[in-house]
Write a protein that binds this ligand. Sequence first.
Ligand SMILES: [Fe+2]
Length: 265
Amino acid sequence: MDKLIIEKTIELKQKSIENLIQKGTLALIVENFYAPELCDSLYNKLRVDKNSEIYTHETIENNKLVLQNYGVNRIGIPFNLTYNTTDEEIINSYYREAQVARERLRKHCYPAFTPIDKLRLNLDEVFVPGATVAHFQNKKMLTGIGRISSESLSYLSELQPHFDALPLKYAAFDKQLAANIYLNTPEEGGELELWNSPDLTPLSQVPKNWRDELPPSIKIKPKKGDLIIFNCRKPHAICAFKGKERITMQVFIGYKDGMPLMLWN
Ligand SMILES: [Fe+2]
């Protein structure tokens, strides 16, 4: 395996971000990014958070946007819920909740930084020209969604890979990355499965049995506290698992040449 495909480090550095953006690194693992005791504390808060709802993932089928259920619950409203609606209330509730959710997460983590705040600050400190909360419609976006998957439905995330690409009407990024901080990892399975195939675009449609048509995958087994940033315009999946819930904090990162990195969910 090309050693640059998966990069492992103990500190987020400019070079590693550039490798992801320009050099074709598939994933960057920053070990022990968030301290284990802080992971445990946030995990215990999120699993009883009353704002937990089903997380859906968007795919395009027959030129129509379809929201798929992969057996994941989420805390925080993802922007993709607003893609296909003209209902102003759904769109407004996304923006209304963005800062509320950010503050709620801060309360959960107080007096420590939230893992997402730590990530955003670290990116701003190491990447030229910086990193910021995205503002696609002249309003600030949510940054940081908690995702909780249980053993019983974990097979749904493994069946077929998917990819994530923000529709061009909001922003035309050169690259889209996804960052996950792992608060709790299952004993068996739960690997992040990645394919080193070409980047897809927001309009790409994928075959029904995509997995069968892709080259061999690369699997990464995250540990509690790890941060993994990967190119999410390439196919990826989460392997089924056994054991305790899998809980991550997730955020997307958009890159456009000469611009600060933009973070959102
Ligand atoms: Fe994804």
